[in-house]
Design a protein around this ligand. Structure first.
Ligand code: CDT
Length: 307
């Protein structure tokens, strides 16, 4: 694919910041962990204003997309679980509470309808992550969507689900994705989408998928041109000595290598700051097929990163 100066594409990685404390009423993953055996645990989790969190995040998505449109961007990418933040940092043992974090077909339709309108008006592709509940199959997925300005929608469901099923007596852990989400067995699709005058091959993965070769190899074989990757990566992993080392060794470097191997651009987008009280690495970046970091976030807070 040749891109000349008249049909260059401007891509924005929208690194989201912290969700305001008012929606949590003091609930954090760490406090939740110390209370999960108490009788009052469900009441404690019920302090989270989940509907308020979703409204806040949707407003951020809309206003940052409008800013990107003003800046002549052609595509904007938001992180994994953009609408709720990374709630699997909490151990949630109550289905009524868990379901509040998820989008059903109807609630998702309402979000898509608002963002499709914006996408069409601003000629901008929009991707964001959300928790998907399929009422018929009763399956919970960690999903990303790409909304094309022509009204098409494409979905990807996370394949590599990290974390734990249940708390471990001996250590504090704050990653319960395995308890919540079913890993997808649908593979890694690559679809054609038109941006400005280019038809490009677009692929999507979600967070932990980027630690494996298979997604990149599979999409590379399908001539992918751009891979979108939303993520939430905590800073408190055991092998992280300090922020710079961690981001470099375990985030930028593997993505640069995969971009070179498969000859593709990669845009990788974080939720920054703290999420449910857990510090995040940030590190949003856009990488070229030559492995060059074209742009990266300079802050550990909300930031638009463009290339
Ligand atoms: N969200 C996500 O997939 N995070 C993982 C951390 C897993 S910690 C057990 C990541 O690879 O960044």
């Amino acid at each position: 694919m040749k891109i000349n100066s008249t049909n260059k594409i401007k891509v924005v990685g929208a690194q989201l910041g912290e969700i305001p404390a008012q929606y949590f009423n003091g609930v954090t993953a760490e406090n939740a962990f110390s209370k999960y055996k108490d009788d009052s645990y469900i009441d404690y989790l019920n302090n989270i204003d989940i509907a308020g969190i979703k409204r806040f995040n949707l407003r951020r998505i809309i206003s940052l997309t409008k800013k990107a449109i003003k800046n002549n961007a052609n595509m904007i990418v938001f992180p994994e679980l953009s609408l709720t933040g990374f709630f699997p940092y909490l151990y949630i043992n109550d289905l009524t509470i868990l379901n509040k974090f998820f989008e059903t077909e109807d609630s998702l339709k309402r979000v898509i309808s608002v963002l499709s309108k914006l996408s069409r008006q601003g000629s901008i592709g929009i991707s964001f992550g959300f928790a998907e509940y399929n009422e018929k199959s009763e399956i919970y997925y960690n999903t990303s969507i790409y909304i094309d300005p022509n009204g098409d929608t494409h979905f990807y469901r996370k394949t590599h689900i990290p974390g734990f099923d249940n708390p471990e007596e001996t250590k504090e852990v704050f990653q319960f994705e395995k308890k919540i989400f079913k890993p997808s067995d649908e593979g890694y699709s690559v679809f054609k989408t038109k941006i400005r005058d280019n038809v490009i091959n677009l692929g999507m993965i979600i967070c932990h998928d980027r630690r494996y070769n298979a997604p990149f190899l599979s999409m590379g074989l399908k001539n992918v041109n751009l891979i979108i990757n939303g993520y939430n990566t905590p800073f408190n992993l055991s092998f992280a000595d300090n922020l710079d080392d961690y981001v470099y060794k375990f985030h930028y470097l593997p993505l640069q290598s995969q971009a070179v191997s498969e000859g593709t651009f990669i845009v990788s987008v974080a939720r920054a700051d703290h999420s449910y009280g857990i510090k995040q690495i940030a590190g949003t970046c856009i990488i070229s097929p030559y492995g060059k970091i074209l742009a990266k976030s300079e802050n550990l807070t909300e930031e638009l990163v463009e290339a």
